[in-house]
Design a protein around this ligand. Structure first.
Ligand code: GLA
Length: 343
């Protein structure tokens, strides 16, 4: 056992392919430099776990690994699932969470906190946690313990991605490929700086619509289809039809976008980003006025394309712009949207 250990979990920006990872589709996220760091220190004279975070004022004392319905659930869940897997007794440690990743803006802080805690635990208890096990465990903490049901994209890119290559992942069979990003263009993240209304229930509701639609069409998941035919239209409710349209078309867009990235075709890639945003706004209905405004501003400045990133309901957009124009774009955005923050 180590007496001090540190684990780091990175955030991500999803370049294209939203709401596909729980529908068996393709995604194209990129790891970002912002991360969450979890430090574990032995606390010999204690029978409990103490948890502190630089982002939240409260410090918690945990005697039982049970859900508290707050931010610490990601840490508590990680301890519980790690304990289940390795049968270690976790009861006399202090856990310190530090974050350079803005929370709740769609850059995957949930996966980052879970991955960092699990990495730190495996180092502290000197247990070998293979990448695949780390991804699966982090996924289970979020889905089964905390109860927000996304797919496996965030955990995957946090563990296996890097800042220079996008991770092209088929979430159905978990095959993946790393593709270098454009040299002359930057994926700039712009935070709308408005509280994200990621009601977990809204997210889960969208997921349920997708699962129901797939069931009605008798397919394993929505991405098993490449188009919706007349028969499907009769079967589905309006809401189911809308989410299905987004998912099926977005999946085709991601495959094209990955090829454009390989072929260094930035303009074509940018167009697909904007198409993705329009579909997220009109079909999947997870955009907001602020996100739409940022996308419009960025595109009217001359970015190649822009879209919301992550689940939506607020948060941030990602825009593709020539590197030499980044500073000018920032000024332009601040003129039209003074609250914007650049990440
Ligand atoms: C959230 C989830 C991800 C993914 C995105 C939407 O970030 O955690 O798994 O579903 O939304 O693409």
């Amino acid at each position: 056992m180590n007496t001090v250990s540190i684990g780091e979990g990175f955030g991500r920006v999803n370049l294209i392919g939203e709401h596909l990872d729980y529908n068996g589709g393709h995604v194209l996220p990129l790891q970002i430099k912002n991360s969450i760091i979890c430090e574990i220190v032995e606390n010999k004279n204690s029978e409990s776990i103490s948890i502190v975070s630089d982002k939240y004022k409260d410090s918690l004392t945990v005697k039982k690994l049970e859900k508290r319905n707050n931010w610490a659930d990601f840490v508590i869940g990680s301890c519980l699932y790690f304990d289940k897997k390795f049968s270690v007794k976790i009861n006399n440690i202090s856990i310190d969470i530090k974050s350079s990743l803005p929370l709740g803006v769609g850059l995957s802080s949930s996966a980052a906190i879970t991955v960092s805690t699990l990495k730190s635990l495996s180092c502290y208890f000197q247990k070998n946690l293979a990448d695949e096990d780390l991804i699966n465990l982090a996924f289970k903490v979020e889905n089964d313990f905390v109860g927000v049901g996304g797919g496996v994209m965030d955990q995957f890119v946090s563990v296996l991605g890097n800042q220079y290559e996008a991770l092209f992942l088929d979430t159905f069979n978990k095959n993946y490929e790393l593709i270098p990003i454009f040299k002359d263009y930057q994926f700039l993240i712009i935070d709308s700086n408005t509280q994200r209304i990621l009601s977990d229930s809204e997210f889960n509701k969208k997921k349920e619509l997708c699962l129901n639609a797939a069931k009605k069409m008798k397919i394993q998941n929505l991405c098993a289809k490449t188009k919706i035919d007349e028969n499907d239209i009769q079967l589905l409710s309006d809401e189911e039809l809308n989410v299905s349209k987004h998912v099926i078309e977005e999946n085709l867009r991601v495959v094209k976008a990955a090829q454009y990235l390989k072929d260094n075709k930035a303009e074509e890639f940018g167009k697909l980003m904007t198409e993705s945003h329009i579909s997220l706004s009109q079909h999947y209905r997870v955009s907001t006025d602020n996100l739409n405004k940022l996308v419009d501003l960025s595109n009217s400045f001359g970015a190649l394309g822009s879209k919301l990133t992550g689940a939506g309901f607020g948060g941030a957009i990602v825009t593709l712009v020539k590197k030499e124009l980044v500073e000018e774009l920032k000024k332009y955005i601040l003129d039209g949207y003074p609250n914007a923050k650049f990440i």
